[in-house]
Design a protein around this ligand. Structure first.
Ligand code: FMN
Length: 322
């Protein structure tokens, strides 16, 4: 296994804004061998010392390495933001050059940078020079099907000083729909010497293994399949190491994970906000359980913490007996 910037695992949890916060990272990391990303952090907001952004970037209290991801369009602001996140405990810095969201690309940030290799290169160089931390880049297959340029883009990242790259096998035009193109991910791997992380539709241990064998990428990154299933990245890591599939997770384990995540959210955000934020997680966690629709309808109406804890307990306990 190639050790990517000293990290012990060849499985990454994808950065997901609004999802991969400290409580969710903790649920994924729970004694498992997975590399973690923060949510994306806007360079202008962190340089303005926006309190919410600052908090997202502050990973000093976490016992495992966290890669902090920056998004923006200005090389100088990236260098200043890099220094700040280094002080806030980032293990390394990732640059978002793949975000498809209109507001971000309208600002010449995220995946819009795939159309401006010159600016993208200056951003990477400026970030690399700013701190001793390693810098990586996450990008897509290309802007659209007429401008697929992931292999050339990866070469530009390598020449600009990136330590590794992650490629999501969809174009910006695709957003999150359609299938990820693992052939282009293989072409990126062939195009550069730095490690490559493949991303897109990794949904099971066998999928991850086959994708790695086919493309020779050094690692895989798991995004949406980890929603409500924080065990998956660790199960993939175990399977890649041993070839043995983990036993299915029981309703008791799901209940305990969810209650712990809710408690961690309460510590981190306060009880009321924790309950509000937990609604989407509860929907995901209950996806494959009986009477999920009714439970979700009930849960989304709950606004106080003790009732939320009780509802989760009641719902998953019945699943255990059923
Ligand atoms: C809700 C959501 C938020 C995301 N936020 C980010 C982000 O902050 N930074 C980033 O690089 N990618 C972000 N992504 C993209 C994922 O990291 C990943 O590239 C994408 O979901 C494809 O992987 P998947 O098919 O395994 O989900 C986000 C995706 C989702 C669904």
């Amino acid at each position: 296994m190639t050790k990517i910037i000293g990290l012990n695992s060849n499985v990454f949890l994808a950065p997901m804004a609004g999802i991969t916060d400290y409580p969710f990272r903790k649920a994924v990391a729970n004694n498992r061998n997975v590399n973690l990303f923060s949510e994306m952090v806007a360079v202008n907001a962190i340089n303005r010392k926006n309190p919410k952004t600052y908090r997202i970037a502050d990973v000093r209290n976490e016992p495992y390495p966290v890669i902090v991801q920056l998004v923006g369009n200005d090389p100088y602001l990236f260098s200043e933001a890099a220094k700040l996140v280094a002080d806030l405990g980032a293990y390394s810095i990732d640059i978002n050059m793949g975000c498809p969201v209109k507001k971000i690309v309208a600002n010449n940030s995220g995946s819009a940078l795939m159309k401006d290799l010159c600016l993208a290169g200056r951003i990477i160089e400026s970030t690399v020079r700013a701190t001793p931390l390693k810098v990586s880049v996450k990008f897509r297959k290309g802007w659209d099907n007429e401008s697929v340029n992931a292999p050339q883009f990866a070469q530009m990242c390598e020449a600009s000083g990136a330590s590794f790259v992650t490629v999501h096998g969809r174009t910006r035009a695709q957003g999150y729909s359609g299938q990820a193109d693992w052939d282009i991910i293989g072409k990126v791997k062939d195009a550069v010497k730095i490690p490559v992380v493949g991303n897109g539709d990794v949904s099971s241990p066998p999928f991850a293994k086959q994708a790695m064998e086919k493309t020779k990428v050094d690692a895989v990154m798991v995004g949406r399949a980890a929603l409500g299933n924080p065990y998956l990245p660790g199960q993939i890591a175990d399977y890649l190491a041993s070839g043995i599939q983990s036993a299915p997770v029981s309703a008791v384990q799901v209940k305990e994970t969810l209650l712990q995540q809710l408690a961690d959210m309460a510590d981190y955000y306060g009880e009321n906000m924790a309950v509000a934020i937990s609604r989407k997680h509860v929907c995901w966690y209950s996806k494959n359980f009986r009477d999920a629709k009714r439970f979700r309808e009930t849960y989304t109406k709950i606004s106080d913490y003790p009732t939320a804890v009780q509802a989760i307990n009641d719902y998953f306990s019945v699943q255990e007996r059923g």
